[in-house]
Structures are given as structure tokens and as C-alpha cells.
Design a protein around this ligand. Structure first.
Ligand SMILES: C[S@@+](CC[C@H](N)C(=O)[O-])C[C@H]1O[C@@H](n2cnc3c(N)ncnc32)[C@H](O)[C@@H]1O
Length: 218
């Protein structure tokens, strides 16, 4: 079974990536490069920053989506947590892997209400809604309780500055051998220091399109 290569998901992903490419944001166009860099590093202005960018999809690349699918399939993941749903493109890849692994549970998180609504529609269109719970609100709150034990895979793709805090919320529930995939982690040196430190409890390496791939050791 390969859900990402067959209907309804394959044509849906084609359509969604095309729509993501066409999306524009006057708010983003109005930001200088320096201001954008500053906001990407801020631990206090992330709601305002991403709120201003609510029309942008900011999806993982196709290559990263396929990598997510492969990693979740090859580890036979059943329990996945995601920080940063947006319109649900990465969520679709991960949920497809759960489907092809025989089922499971994906908890995702997004604070932008309009994005949550579209992500739910996209998951329904992909026939994957039954596998996904999207927690609406700031992930620092929504992922702070009721996370399942034995998380197999954690995707970090929300505000980059919060990667250490979100990892800390899930860390005690990662199973030994769990994978943590952080997109664009270069924006958060504090996160990279943690997962690359010998004392951090991970094996970690840069990988693919701006990914930091880490494995929980114990
Ligand atoms: C890079 S996009 C995620 C893209 C998505 N993973 C995909 O592949 O389609 C980041 C998303 O995280 C959301 N976000 C940022 N900080 C958040 C937070 N603290 N809690 C919940 N969502 C957050 C933003 O609103 C934005 O939609």
C-alpha cells in the first residue's frame, strides 16, 4: 500500500502544492529581510508574525514530505506529534504513513483558526481525517497536556524559536529510538546545541532540505 502515490492523495497533493505556490502575502512583501530574520528568531512575537502570514502555506517541500513519509513508514510509526500544521501538507504525508502502517494517531497543532479549518478539509479530502487530531491554539499550551506515551516521531515545523520548548513538552514521551525531525532548525541554534550535545540524549545530523534529523537514545 502506498497512499501518497494513489488517489485521492496524489492528485490532492499536486493541487495543494500548486495552490501553495500561488499564495501571496502583502504582509510578507512588506517585511524587510532584516525584520523577517529578527521575527524568525523571536520567542515573543511568533503569534503576531505567523498571524500576519496566515495566507501563506509555508509547506515542507515535496522532498521533505516524501522523506517524512519514508521515515514514518520505515520506523512503523503509530504515534506522531506535529508542531505547525498550516494547511496540512506535512500532516497529509505523515497521516498517509500511518494509514499504510495499519493505523495510528497523529496529534498536530496550529494556532491560526483559518488554517486549521482548511487543514481539516484537506485531510478529509485525502481520506485521512480519522487519523488526525488538530489541536487549535498555541502549541505551548495545546501540547503541554495529554500527549500519548511512546511517541514514535515528532515533527517540528512551527515557530523555529520555540523548538526547544516544544521538544521539552514531548521529550519524556518519546520512545527510545524515536525520530525528531526539525525543519529549518538553523534558525534556532539553541535547539541544535541541545540535540547535538553528547549530554542531550540524541544522535543528531543535518539531513536533506534544511532538516535536522535526531534520534532519541533512551
Ligand atoms: C512552516 S508552517 C508549517 C507548514 C506545515 N508543516 C506544512 O508542511 O504544510 C508553520 C506553521 O506553524 C504555525 N505556528 C507557529 N507557531 C505556532 C505555535 N506556537 N503554536 C501553533 N502553531 C504555530 C504557523 O501559524 C504556521 O502555520
Amino acid at each position: 500500500m502506498n497512499t501518497i502515490a494513489s488517489a485521492p492523495l496524489a492528485p490532492l497533493l499536486d493541487r495543494l502544492f500548486a495552490e501553495a505556490d500561488r499564495a501571496t502575502s502583502p504582509a510578507m512583501a512588506g517585511l524587510s529581510r532584516e525584520e523577517r530574520e529578527r521575527l524568525m528568531h523571536s520567542k515573543t512575537e511568533y503569534l503576531d508574525f505567523y498571524g500576519r502570514l496566515k495566507d501563506l502555506w509555508l509547506p515542507v517541500s515535496r522532498r521533505t514530505g516524501e522523506l517524512l513519509y519514508m521515515l514514518a513508514r520505515s520506523t512503523n510509526a503509530k504515534t506522531i506529534v506535529e508542531f505547525g500544521t498550516s494547511f496540512g501538507i506535512s500532516t497529509l504525508y505523515l497521516a498517509a504513513a500511518l494509514r499504510d502502517n495499519g493505523g495510528g494517531r497523529l496529534i498536530s497543532s496550529e494556532f491560526e483558526v483559518s488554517k486549521v479549518a482548511r487543514a481539516r478539509q484537506n485531510l478529509a479530502a485525502g481520506g485521512l481525517a480519522d487519523l488526525v487530531e488538530i489541536r487549535e491554539g498555541d502549541a505551548l499550551q495545546t501540547l503541554s497536556a495529554d500527549l500519548p506515551d511512546g511517541i514514535d516521531l515528532l515533527l517540528l515545523d512551527g515557530a523555529k524559536s520555540l523548538y526547544p520548548e516544544v521538544l521539552a513538552l514531548a521529550e519524556g514521551r518519546l520512545r527510545p529510538g524515536a525520530l525528531v525531525i526539525a525543519d529549518d532548525a538553523g534558525y534556532c541554534p539553541e535547539y541544535l546545541d541541545h540535540v547535538r550535545s553528547p549530554a542531550g540524549g540524541y544522535l543528531s545530523t543535518p539531513f536533506g532540505d534544511d532538516i535536522e534529523l535526531s534520534m532519541r537514545l533512551a
